[in-house]
Every structure is written in C-alpha cells, then in structure tokens.
Write a protein of this length. Structure first.
Length: 241
C-alpha cells in the first residue's frame, strides 16, 4: 500500500501511509497514530492489519514538518496540553478519510505508546471508536473522556511507566458510562504489540519491561478487531455523558 499526501489549507502537505482493504467499499476508516519513533515499518504494518480486517486505514506522519529529532518534543508537549499541531494533523486525517468516496462516514482512531495517549485525548473529538494501546493517561482523565466514543484499551502489567493505568482508565470509563473493553496483560510490558528489529537487544528490553509479546499481542488484536466490528463497522454512535 502506498505512501500518500493529505492536503493542507496552510500549504504544508501532511505525509501519511494509506492501507486500503480489498473488495468493494465504502468501508469505515481508522486513523492510526504513531509512537514516539514516528511513522515506522511497525506502524505501517498495523495499518495493513486494519485493512485486512476491512478498514480504510491512514497513518499520518506527525513529524512531517521536521523529522523525529525536531518534532518529538513538540509532539509530546502537544499531547500533554491537549492542543497544537499534532491534534490538527489528526483531525485533518479524520476529515480526509470522511471526504473519500470509499469511506462509509464512520472513523475510528488507534494509537500506540505516544499515539495511544492521542487516541484517548481524541476519543471525544468526533471519532466513533478509540483504541489506545499502552498510552499515557490524560492528566484530567474524566474531563478528557467527556463525550467519548467506545474505548478498547490494552496495557501490560510489566510496563513500569504505566502502573495501574488500565484500572484507572476502566474506572473512568465506568464512571462515564462509556462502552469499553480494557485489559491488562500479566506477561506483557510496554510496546508489546511492536515487532521492532532489536536483534540482540531483545533480552535487555524484556528485563526493562518492554518489547513484543506474541500471546498478548494476538489477544489484543483479537479484541480490537471484535470491538471495531461491533462499534465501528455497524451501529450508531451512542450518546454518553
């Protein structure tokens, strides 16, 4: 599937990766939000997987304007503040999908690590379903989830950076009455869905509570697939408080 460009009103095009499902459309869309490493092969593979499930998936490059070294700090600041260029790029990607003839008019969002944080922060900003994966929780979680769409979240119990995140997220979703499926995997750490080419560093990452964990990853994707089919591929967006 090809790299593409999402036009911009300010004249700066947004680089992106587009994965189109086989067969006739229209299909629901999904915005795939990168981790801190950028629009890597792993993120492209996630978009391809979603296309294999029947979703029109686009992964915007949030580092379009200057590359990773220049943009990573600004993007993390944007994540924390709840506003900024990254949110503009995510919204532009959502609207771009909605404007395509092969999109059904429903769009979800999924993110990984940093992108998981953005997926939570944008769950109440026009998306029909959100899938945060080991993403940092918003400082004011309850406020961030006001008007949020259904959420399917996946975390690792061995992730030292996100202790109790799954339990806190689930409690907030229950409080808001938001349909959800949140799971913490006992054998998984941070980035357990990512097949990074780490080579001999793999044991070091495992000790640090990071890295790919096959059984947990397979189950997380099974849950994401089922949740998206229920809340994105069919039905109307529920009204939530």
């Amino acid at each position: 599937m090809p790299d593409t460009i999402i036009p911009a009103a300010d004249g700066t095009p947004l680089k992106a990766y587009l994965a189109v499902p086989a067969g006739a459309g229209p299909r629901p869309g999904v915005v795939v939000i990168q981790d801190a490493l950028g629009l890597t092969r792993a993120i492209r593979e996630h978009a391809d997987r979603l296309a294999s499930y029947g979703y029109l998936a686009v992964a915007p490059d949030l580092y379009t304007r200057g590359g990773m070294l220049r943009c990573v700090q600004a993007t993390f600041r944007s994540l924390s503040s709840g506003q900024g260029q990254a949110y503009d790029d995510i919204e532009r990607s959502r609207r771009w999908l909605l404007g395509r003839d092969d999109c059904s008019g429903r769009v979800g969002v999924i993110g990984f690590c940093m992108g998981g944080g953005f997926a939570l922060m944008t769950a109440g900003r026009g998306f029909d379903v959100s899938a945060p994966n080991y993403g940092p929780l918003p400082k004011n979680l309850d406020t961030a989830l006001s008007g949020a769409c259904p959420v399917v979240g996946s975390y690792g119990a061995r992730d030292r950076t996100l202790k109790s995140a799954a339990a806190k997220l689930e409690a907030a979703l229950i409080h808001r009455g938001i349909p959800h499926d949140v799971k913490e995997y006992p054998d998984a750490g941070h980035s357990f869905l990512e097949r990074f080419p780490v080579g001999p560093l793999a044991p070091v990452l495992r000790v640090a509570g990071m890295g790919y964990e096959a059984a947990s990853a397979d189950d997380a994707w099974r849950r994401i697939h089922a949740f998206f089919d229920e809340h994105l591929a069919a039905g109307e967006r529920p009204e939530v408080g």
